[in-house]
Design a binder for this molecule. Sequence first.
Ligand SMILES: Cc1ncc(CO)c(N)n1
Length: 224
Amino acid sequence: MTRYGETFPAWRAAAGDHWHAYTRHAFVEGLRDGSLPRAAFLDYLVQDYIFLIHFSRAWALAVTKADTVDEMRLAAGTVNALINDEMALHIRICAEAGISEDALSEAEEKTQNIAYTRYVLDAGHSGDFLDLLAALAPCVLGYGEIGARLSHEATSDTYADWIATYAGEDYQQVCHDVGGLIDSAIARRLGPAAQDSPRWAHLSARFTTATRLEVGFWDMGFEG
Ligand SMILES: Cc1ncc(CO)c(N)n1
């Protein structure tokens, strides 16, 4: 399993079965073996386009919640990667299927999508930089882990374009940078014995909640 720093493996372990339910979801396995119906994939991509808009807003909030210029730089880099790289995948695949960018912007946002993105934004608004990072982490790092695994385990090239985006060097670099950012942000605010800090359990619980919301997002993908 991919590490992406020291904090992530600890939070991932604390999320227990929820992490497995997220990263080994039937939707993910359908991407792996190509059995996922195209209509479900496109439905998911349309929702994910909207997701990425709000997710970019949450990373932009991280820029304003940061304490150092290094933290700002990394958060701003992630905003850039989301808006200018990752969303391009959605626009490209949807365009190939006859769904225009205008149609993407006008699509109705589903409730599981609203629940997830607004939970993350609220973590940032009501909490500090660490609360926000804990809520953001499962998304970035989970897709990194899924992409890296599927690049080795895929048995079909039906969804090769999607897999290559998350397994690719650019996205994997974002995951390593974000993993490092979480480690240094924690060390800076909670000190070397972060796991003994009273905040640790709370941050870890936020990570688990966001992981559960990822499971709901895949479930939603099947409903469409
Ligand atoms: C729901 C969801 N989680 C994570 C990612 C990765 O950025 C994504 N595109 N969508």
